[in-house]
Design a protein around this ligand. Structure first.
Ligand code: URA
Length: 259
């Protein structure tokens, strides 16, 4: 199986080392992008021991996501945007510069859900635009996806002061907005980014380490959910990037099962 050059570049940008145990002579000589097979490719987080066979790149998943954009009904979308923009359901509205509704393709097959806006997001009105957002973009690009091809939202639409965790009453106040977003976008797969997103979306207190690598579901009809680490956590703990790459591959495998 072949890693596209852009995937290779972004894996490198993520700090995920991709190498071959058996490098063909012609590749060595020409410097062309390596052809990576399941049996001879390993993907590691920087600094981690390089043990065991690497995960398989899911062929065609990104292309399938990119091309399957149907004519889904979005009639309530603008009304929802207006409602969120004027929301005063919890005290967080007092400290916000603006609400952060979400960004991307309303018909996206992949929906990413984070925690809440930070300072930069509050200022710009768009989720994941700070340092964590740059890493998220790189993660998406490793899958061959641009942020315009997915939909990115948060559990909360307003920034909690000092980036503290969302409070239960704030989550409750915002819950219906996210539910409506998911019902409208109708993604084939949701990727929950980090503990707060995963626990609030799935209504559980299970630690994130125990949620990774599994398939959950949200809503009715059920949308499959995969949980991975928050990009901000990955910035603090780069050794976990290897696991996040495995999570992304699990997400793509489950996504492909939906087609
Ligand atoms: N972290 C989040 O969870 N969401 C954002 O939009 C930005 C940072």
């Amino acid at each position: 199986m072949r890693l596209a050059p852009r995937q290779y570049r972004y894996l490198e940008a993520l700090g995920i080392e991709v190498y071959q145990t058996r490098v063909r002579q012609d590749v060595k000589e020409t410097g062309l992008t390596p052809v990576c097979g399941h049996e001879n490719m390993q993907v590691t987080g920087s600094g981690l021991p390089q043990a065991g066979p690497g995960p398989e790149v899911v062929p065609g998943a990104a292309e399938a996501i990119a091309t399957r954009q149907g004519d889904r009904v979005t009639h309530d979308w603008e009304a929802l945007q207006r409602e969120v923009a004027g929301c005063r359901l919890c005290p967080l509205h007092e400290g916000r510069t603006q609400t952060v509704f979400g960004v991307g393709d309303v018909n996206a097959d992949l929906m990413l859900i984070g925690e809440a806006p930070g300072a930069e997001e509050d200022r710009r009105g768009e989720p994941f635009v700070g340092r964590a957002g740059k890493l998220l973009d790189a993660m998406l690009q490793a899958l061959g996806l641009a942020r315009q091809q997915v939909f990115i939202a948060n559990i909360l639409k307003c920034r909690p002061p000092n980036n503290r965790d969302p409070r239960p009453e704030e989550v409750l106040a915002c819950e219906n907005y996210l539910a409506q977003q998911i019902n409208t976008v109708k993604p084939r797969l949701i990727l929950a980014l980090g503990r707060v997103a995963a626990q609030n979306l799935l209504k559980t207190e299970t630690p994130i380490g125990k949620m990774r690598g599994k398939r959950f579901q949200y809503g009715d009809p059920p949308v499959p959910v995969v949980v991975t680490y928050h990009p901000a956590y990955l910035l603090r703990s780069p050794r976990e990037k290897r696991k996040s790459w495995q999570d992304l591959q699990l997400a793509m495998t489950i996504y492909k099962e939906q087609t």
